[in-house]
Design a protein around this ligand. Structure first.
Ligand code: ZN
Length: 273
């Protein structure tokens, strides 16, 4: 059984403030350790269930949050950026049996602790085939394209509510309750890790599931930028059409290309804001 883990930081227990997610702050050093703790709990749960290969993709900001010597030695680590398939780089390189999301968060446009989609400063809203989507939706769709079922999603209560109808087959672990966008009531790190480890055991106990696609080709992306100048820049990317002052559209036959386009737009935004 081969497992792929996507690891983010905003949905980790004990993390609720933006400075906890930004390198250079003392609070970030604690937050990355909390992230490592939840990732290791997921790895341990998968090992308990007989996993033969585990790959973890560090997926927050610089994508270099997880310290290699802090991660369970059984797992391989994908880190650094830019990378074409971003949070799921490496997923297509082997026949994975399952994918799990640890530390994820609600989408931009939905209430949730530190809710955003890919780039909170640049992306106001992301839609796929007319539906508001967040990172869990985009990467679950990409996983389907790779033939890999989503089995577990961990984050706040709002992400769990968001996933209830969108990823009904995946177990949902709630490690904190939203109090406000930058405020949460969290489980202790120990309790969140125990929950994640147990949920991972449960998620993998039933054997290999089937991917359950929610979106079908052609994939029509609508990206609403936070500022018109960003839409100006995004329109320079090949295949992108300008929809209005702040929005661009992109149509593709693969989710992978959509993800690559979003990654390129996010990088481009970094040169302007
Ligand atoms: Zn993040």
């Amino acid at each position: 059984m081969k497992l792929f883990i996507v690891a983010d930081i905003e949905g980790v227990a004990g993390v609720a403030r933006p400075e906890q997610c930004r390198p250079g702050n003392p609070e970030y050093e604690l937050a990355r350790a909390l992230m490592e703790g939840e990732v290791n709990a997921a790895i341990e749960g998968a090992i308990d269930s007989g996993a033969t290969r585990i790959v973890v993709a560090d997926s927050h900001a610089s994508m270099s949050n997880l310290r290699a010597d802090h991660i369970h030695p059984f797992a391989e680590l994908v880190h650094g950026k830019p990378r074409r398939f971003s949070m799921a780089e490496g997923l297509a390189d082997d026949e994975f049996d399952a994918i799990a999301f640890i530390g994820l968060h609600a989408p931009a446009g939905v209430a949730g602790v530190l809710a955003h989609t890919i780039n909170g400063r640049a992306f106001h809203r992301v839609e796929l085939n007319g539906e508001l989507v967040g990172e869990t939706d985009l990467y679950a769709a990409y996983a389907c394209e790779c033939g890999v079922p989503l089995v577990l999603v961990s984050g706040d209560d709002r992400l769990a509510a968001w996933g209830e109808e969108r990823h009904p087959q995946a177990l949902r672990v709630v490690v904190k309750q939203m109090q406000a966008t930058w405020s949460a009531r969290s489980l202790s790190p120990q309790a969140s890790r125990e929950r994640i480890r147990q949920a991972m055991r449960d998620a993998l106990a039933g054997g290999r599931g089937e991917p359950q696609p929610r979106f079908f080709a052609p994939y029509r992306l609508k990206l609403v930028a936070t500022q018109p100048v960003l839409a100006d820049a995004f329109s320079m990317l090949p295949g992108v059409e300008r929809l209005d002052a702040q929005s661009i559209g992109f149509t593709s036959n693969t989710v992978g290309e959509t993800i690559a386009l979003l990654g390129a737009a996010s990088l481009l935004a970094g040169s302007l804001i």
